[in-house]
Write a protein that binds this ligand. Structure first.
Ligand SMILES: Nc1ncnc2c1ncn2[C@@H]1O[C@H](COP(=O)(O)OP(=O)(O)OP(=O)(O)O)[C@@H](O)[C@H]1O
Length: 259
């Protein structure tokens, strides 16, 4: 989970990335990609493996990888707005020697919340993400991947993050656990005005949960549209390919939101 800054959130401003390019030596990995994640919207980023989604998302989360050359890519989100980065493999985000409660309390302590006021906040966040309070004394190895994903989201809530960047947050989970996490994120978007950038390989997820979809191919953003239009009239070859692959797996069913 990454932090940009502290103080008061201004949730009316979008999280934006000005045109970003990333090179590895002479090789372009991301080319002139800009993105905007408004509050209360679930924005998805799709594209074939290697198309540059994760590099773009991590740059938006403020992470620049060593050995790569970044140009442009200024991140703006309004003064004091906090971001949370929910990682593909949640286990790497936790300290193996700390309980869930210790993680949560440490998060609150960084915001100056300690002592008697901290405990009810922890319980509230765990309940919000559907985790039993019995997880508090448990260590990361004692929780499933899905529980750890929920815990990452609980920590994002404790940090009062206005935006969550989630890189295939459900790829390790079984379908039911996947659906629960995505439903939770979607509820936070629509009831708490959270802005979410979700990287996914699954156009079924796009159809069911996304407000917007951006398609990447070979390091470029090639299409930005709504899920409805993506399914009805894909404009780019990359979107058509993703759609054909999706239909080959799941059949010809038409788009329906909330599927
Ligand atoms: N640290 C790095 N050094 C060199 N090349 C890298 C590095 N990280 C990523 N790349 C390359 O950049 C390209 C884009 O990678 P990225 O991880 O953003 O793709 P992606 O669309 O997220 O793929 P996937 O869906 O498989 O996660 C790939 O060709 C990858 O091999």
């Amino acid at each position: 989970m990454t932090t940009t800054s502290s103080s008061q959130a201004r949730p009316e401003m979008a999280l934006t990335l000005s045109p970003l390019s990333i090179h590895h030596g002479p090789r372009p990995l991301v080319q002139e990609v800009s993105l905007s994640v408004p509050p209360a919207r679930l924005v998805t980023l799709v594209g074939q493996s290697g198309s540059g989604k994760s590099l773009t998302a991590s740059a938006l989360a403020g992470t620049h990888l060593p050995g790569l050359r970044y140009s442009g890519g200024e991140v703006r989100s309004g003064a004091g707005v906090r971001l949370a980065h929910v990682l593909q493999n949640p286990r790497t985000a936790f300290n193996a020697l700390m309980t869930m409660e210790a993680h949560a309390l440490e998060t609150l302590a960084t915001l100056g919340v300690r002592g008697a006021t901290a405990q009810p906040r922890v319980d509230e966040a765990l309940t919000q993400v559907g985790l039993a309070l019995e997880v508090k004394p448990l260590y990361p190895f004692e929780l499933s991947g899905g529980m750890l994903q929920r815990m990452m989201i609980a920590i994002a809530l404790l940090r009062k993050a206005s935006f969550v960047i989630a890189d295939e947050p459900t790829s390790d989970l079984d379908p039911r656990a996947q659906h629960r996490i995505l439903t939770l994120l979607s509820e936070l978007v629509h009831h708490h005005r959270l802005g979410v950038l979700l990287i996914t390989h699954d156009l079924g997820v796009v159809a069911a949960f996304a407000d917007e979809v951006h398609v990447m191919a070979e390091g470029r953003l090639v299409e930005s549209t709504t899920p409805e239009l993506l399914f009805e009239r894909p404009q780019s070859a990359a979107a058509s390919d993703l759609l054909s692959a999706h239909r080959a797996l799941y059949g010809e069913e038409e788009f329906h939101a909330g599927a």
